[in-house]
Design a binder for this molecule. Structure first.
Ligand SMILES: C[S@@+](CC[C@H](N)C(=O)[O-])C[C@H]1O[C@@H](n2cnc3c(N)ncnc32)[C@H](O)[C@@H]1O
Length: 196
């Protein structure tokens, strides 16, 4: 537990979890995907929002982090709605595509390797049904995606480097005719894409 305690910044903030929860209920979502679980806070919010027969497939390379948060998921009585897959997300998503799961999911939430978001997007467009939603976390990247190079000079190196894939993603999504999208200014930025 201690190992992950100082990393709680990795979890989405409470208001973002509540927004995701409300969205899932509004959509009557039953089958969802989560890419990037960590200790399972957004996963818990998702599992709680799904109906009793709902299922979320949760993918992360780090099983230990998932097991750290698992007692809370069990206490909430929603472990039965979760299928955890310990894997690199790209191969887990490919496996789902190869298992004929195309068009099976109402919703996907992506909060893992930012450099792979565009790759995940191509896979998720296959897996999420028409009218379904794909959410990408951290798309404002500490607000830096809207900053000039001059404003960035004061920022730490990981912030400067980390914004590059998000700038690329934001521009890619804004020009993708297969989706309708919006960046919601909540947490570190949440882009919601509706598959057309
Ligand atoms: C920001 S945390 C997820 C936080 C979680 N969504 C929440 O709000 O509670 C990112 C997670 O992505 C996982 N991750 C990073 N790269 C990955 C990859 N290529 N495949 C699968 N998981 C990955 C990390 O192990 C980490 O647990």
């Amino acid at each position: 537990m201690k190992k992950y305690k100082k990393m709680s910044i990795m979890n989405v903030p409470v208001d973002e979890a509540q927004l995701i929860s409300l969205l899932l209920k509004l959509m009557n979502a039953e089958n969802t995907l989560e890419v990037g679980v960590f200790t399972g806070y957004s996963l818990l919010a998702t599992a709680l929002a799904l109906p009793p027969e709902g299922k979320v497939i949760a993918i992360d390379v780090d099983k230990e982090a998932y097991h750290t948060g698992l007692p809370f998921i069990q206490k909430a009585g929603v472990e039965n709605k979760i299928k955890f897959i310990q894997s690199d997300a790209t191969s887990a998503l490919d496996n789902l595509i190869n298992d004929n799961k195309e068009g099976s999911f109402d919703f996907a939430f992506v909060d893992a390797d930012k450099g792979k978001y565009i790759k995940y997007h191509e896979q998720l467009l296959k897996l999420v049904k028409v009218g379904g939603i794909i959410g990408y976390d951290n798309t404002l990247w500490f607000g830096t995606v809207a900053m000039s190079e001059e404003e960035l000079t004061e920022k730490e190196e990981y912030v400067k480097e980390g914004r590059k894939p998000l700038l690329e993603l934001n521009s890619f999504l804004a020009n993708d005719p297969r989706i309708e999208s919006i960046i919601v200014s909540i947490g570190d930025g949440l882009t919601l894409c509706r598959r057309l």
